[in-house]
Write a protein that binds this ligand. Structure first.
Ligand code: SAM
Ligand code: SF4
Length: 323
């Protein structure tokens, strides 16, 4: 039986955070003074993640995305990819990464069964990139993207969070750099977590600016891309817009988030749900874990209430949740 919440939304997509640690400290994701990361023994082991994904797959989850923190700082990630790829019902294993360490492992990940990759990149200016990520090296990320293309993980999706007054002036540069069939460039609205450190640029504003420069044709559902609304630009770029604040998509949400310590976050904005790890470690059977998951999903909230310029911020720290 499929995994349906109290509002009838069916869940087919699971984001799995494999660590809350990160080699970057992006200004929109982490507080300036960092945060206390989870003790290692509280993280789910690969065996525990695989067991949970198997249980989720039995309830209709088809697509899994590995995220973090930075997933590539967890050792031997390709072993997890391989294991998840053997689970009946899982058709797609994707990853979201900052790509700093990707150049060395893209090929192995693809060979292990990774099907798709999203790379987060908000600036093509090395100095600004380093400032936004608090230490990231742009050339390493670009090398990681090239390696992903060479490994056939195409189209590589490039995710850029646009912050008002901070990187919005790079809109055209990003579109020019990532044009061509090997990329899809997606602009994401900044979501406020706990506090509002930055201001989002609504995606309708970005669309307007792009339309003044290039012709744009809607691509509809052709990229099978969840909440992103995609367009073909006349310069050859494919551009998507993800608008959690200005064009909320909560009513069609099909996703769940398994955090690195086993908490199931049924809504991105909500810290509330208990840990599945405790069920695993206290000897629960698969059937008992399934019942616990169904009960958590039934109480999923209707949606978040952050808005472009106010409302209630999301709970917790983004790097813990995994985007
Ligand atoms: N470290 C990996 C990365 O950066 O791709 C995976 C984890 S990161 C939390 C996942 C995604 O969340 C990234 O694309 C990042 O840009 C996005 N993100 C982080 N904080 C955000 C925020 N406050 N608003 C919108 N997107 C955010
Ligand atoms: Fe790390 Fe990704 Fe958050 Fe940046 S967005 S701090 S790379 S988890």
């Amino acid at each position: 039986m499929s995994l349906v919440d109290g509002l009838g939304r069916e869940h087919t997509y699971l984001r799995v955070s494999v660590t809350d640690r990160c080699n970057f400290r992006c200004v929109y994701c982490m507080p300036a003074d960092g945060f206390e990361s989870m003790p290692r023994d509280e993280l789910l082991s690969y065996e525990e993640i695989a067991r949970l994904v198997r249980i989720f797959a039995g309830m209709g989850i088809k697509r899994v995305r590995l995220t973090g923190g930075e997933p590539l700082i967890r050792r031997d990630l390709e072993l997890l990819v391989r294991e998840l790829g053997q689970i009946p019902g899982i058709t797609d294993i994707a990853m979201t990464t900052n790509a700093h360490r990707l150049a060395a492992c893209a090929e192995e990940l693809a060979a292990s069964g990774l099907t798709r990759i999203n790379v987060s990149l908000d600036s093509l200016d090395p100095e600004r990139f380093s400032k936004l990520t608090r230490g990231g090296k742009l050339d390493k990320v670009l090398a990681g993207i090239d390696a992903a293309v060479a490994a056939g993980l195409t189209p590589v999706k490039i995710n850029a969070v646009v912050l008002a007054g901070e990187n919005e002036d790079e809109l055209f540069d990003l579109v020019e750099h990532f044009k061509g069939p090997e990329y899809v460039l997606r602009f994401i609205e900044y979501m406020p977590f706990e506090a509002r450190w930055h201001s989002c640029v609504p995606t309708r504003e970005l669309r307007k600016r792009l339309k003044e420069r290039w012709d744009m044709e809607p691509l509809g559902d052709r990229l099978g891309d969840g909440p992103a609304v995609n367009w073909q630009l006349s310069n050859g770029a494919r551009v998507g817009f993800i608008s959690p604040l200005s064009e909320k998509f909560c009513s069609t949400c099909n996703r769940l988030r398994l955090m690195a310590d086993g908490h199931l976050r049924t809504c991105l904005s909500d810290d509330g749900t208990p840990s599945l790890r405790d069920f695993l470690r206290s000897g629960s059977t698969d059937e008992q874990v399934e019942q616990a998951i169904r009960a958590m999903v039934l109480t999923k909230r209707e949606g978040h209430s952050a808005t472009e310029d106010g409302g209630t911020p999301f709970e917790g720290v983004m790097t813990r949740v995994g985007g």
